[in-house]
Design a protein around this ligand. Sequence first.
Ligand SMILES: Cc1cc2nc3c(=O)[nH]c(=O)nc-3n(C[C@H](O)[C@H](O)[C@H](O)COP(=O)(O)OP(=O)(O)OC[C@H]3O[C@@H](n4cnc5c(N)ncnc54)[C@H](O)[C@@H]3O)c2cc1C
Length: 473
Amino acid sequence: MPETLAPPPAGQISLDEAFAPTKLMPYWLDNPAAPSPAAELLQATQADLLIVGGGFTGLWAAIQAKEQSPELDVVLIEAGRVAFGASGRAGGIISTSVMHGLPNAVRVFPNDIEQLEGFGQVNLDGFEETLRRYGIDADIEWNGEMTVAVDEAHVDHLSADYALHRRYGHDVVLLDRAQTAAQIKSPLFAGALWSRHRSGIVHPAKLAWGLRRAAISLGVRLFENTPLLRLHDAGSHVEVQTPKGSVKAPRVLFGTGTAKVGVPDINRRVVQVRDHVLATEPLTDEQLARIGWAKRQGVYDTRTQLNYFRLTQGNNIIFGGLVSYHFDGNPDPAEDGRKETYHRLAAAFYRTFPQLGDVRFSHAWGGPIDYCSRGSVFAKPYLGGKAVFVAGYTGFGVAASRFGAFMGLNILFDRDSPERGLDIATQSPTYIPPEPFRWLGAKLTFHAFDGADAEGGWKRAWIKGIKALGFPM
Ligand SMILES: Cc1cc2nc3c(=O)[nH]c(=O)nc-3n(C[C@H](O)[C@H](O)[C@H](O)COP(=O)(O)OP(=O)(O)OC[C@H]3O[C@@H](n4cnc5c(N)ncnc54)[C@H](O)[C@@H]3O)c2cc1C
């Protein structure tokens, strides 16, 4: 029997009220613990390894490169500040998988699942061990991740995923409606799949700042507010121009996500999709009691236009998941500042948790998702092997970025490593059609997302067709 919900004591507030205190910036970055900026690069310099991009990929690459070869001179340049890209904007749900989840791994690399699962385990062990070694406190809670069915019809998908996870030894439980309500109360949730170990939640900006500190302690030379403007392949090395300096290096690792760095092939394979997120004001104990959530799992739902949510240590709810596409990957789209975007997300929040109708939002923000056709990280060599690009996490890079950086460094330094013999390292995601077809396809797809679950019809057929073409949804 569905659990009855206590009526909201304070009633539903208006959207104007809900957004009265809202700051348009990531909750995670609005924190006095943010480090002051590193110096900008003001001269010509040389390095053994240049890393471009100070998100998780670049930071993990810097740390691993120095740990593997302490004598390497490593320079990291970041266009803005560390964690100002996707890494400081994420929901911060940690997933065991390096492949955007087990079902995606089965879809893309059915022959290599055992090894990919193994990489996921080794990666998380290394992740935890690194945080311990450098004393990084990133508010991690290993309470698992949970997928909640928002429709009875979706419970069958969860059952299939349950069987798959059990086959590969995951500690998962399948919950019916009442058992789900005992974990987290929403009138929408018809069931849940809870993966109880080796996943959880993290404060993503604190993680990035901790990795930044670790990289600097290892001798990495970090320059912030230092964008790569142009690169030149000089045969034996690559020369990178920045606004007030330059770097010459025989090896370059691009951890630049969806940005354009002057290698057109990259942006044929990776598309920028914007995702949007809300943070509530801290819940009072009484408000928290209305939804339960004592185990504080990271949660995804099964909507086609997926929502994800988790608690912070201060009991704000982070509620994300409203995607948009902007012509040619505009990195600063107007939608990130439009209140209508966040009103739509707030409507999904209140639908999910009607008993929190009196809760307001403290922060709202958008961020770039590096979408690719295989739905998971790839590392591809460029410039005759002197450079490697690492991205494509498609919204699941908080932990997988450590593995992406590892694979990228192995390719760049031509090291023997078990993943290099597998399709994950030798294959790349397919091309995505150029503009304006890309824009048109994305617009139609996102229009179909809205209402596909309720209306079906052409919207569901379109999404099925896109999936059949091999694009993860
Ligand atoms: C809203 C949102 C929610 C998410 N939620 C989750 C989640 O819950 N769980 C999960 O696992 N993943 C999540 N992700 C995905 C995850 O955040 C990313 O996969 C991960 O942060 C990617 O890290 P990165 O270092 O590759 O990219 P980024 O963090 O984007 O870093 C790239 C960096 O490169 C810099 N750069 C770009 N161009 C240049 C240039 N020319 N010169 C120098 N520097 C440059 C940028 O400024 C940026 O700092 C989410 C992403 C978003 C946007």
